[in-house]
Design a protein. Structure first.
Length: 122
């Protein structure tokens, strides 16, 4: 089920953002929910973002480009899972756009979680 939830793993609080199966308008709603949760946490956030069975559209990316600067500085790490090859390419371009090296994609949920809970950047 898509949406945003707070999960606890190894004494770390992780914001899980699940775009799985979302259409473009639902993705914007989920993004806004995640943005609000990051704002309430007020910094040093760890995010696990699932893009399985979803499509990154220009409409979604326009919204992200507009809204992300409001919270990017509050995100310590963001691990992405479930990404197709084109989505990984979009993420790499987005990383360059925002200038944040702590946005990484992983082929498994466990590798993404290991990255998030490890205090050393991979």
């Amino acid at each position: 089920m898509h949406g945003v939830e707070l999960i606890q793993i190894a004494d770390k609080e992780i914001i899980y953002i699940n775009y799985s199966g979302c259409n473009p308008k639902e993705m914007i709603v989920v993004f806004d929910q995640a943005k609000e949760m990051v704002l309430t946490k007020n910094g040093n956030c760890l995010l696990l973002t699932n893009f399985q069975d979803s499509y990154i559209t220009p409409l979604f990316m326009q919204h992200v480009r507009k809204e992300m600067p409001k919270v990017d500085f509050m995100i310590r790490k963001n691990a992405f899972i479930g990404m197709s090859a084109p989505q990984k390419t979009i993420l790499e371009g987005f990383r360059l756009f925002i200038g944040n090296d702590h946005y990484s994609h992983f082929d498994s949920r466990q590798k993404a979680i290991d990255y998030l809970i490890n205090d050393v950047a991979i």
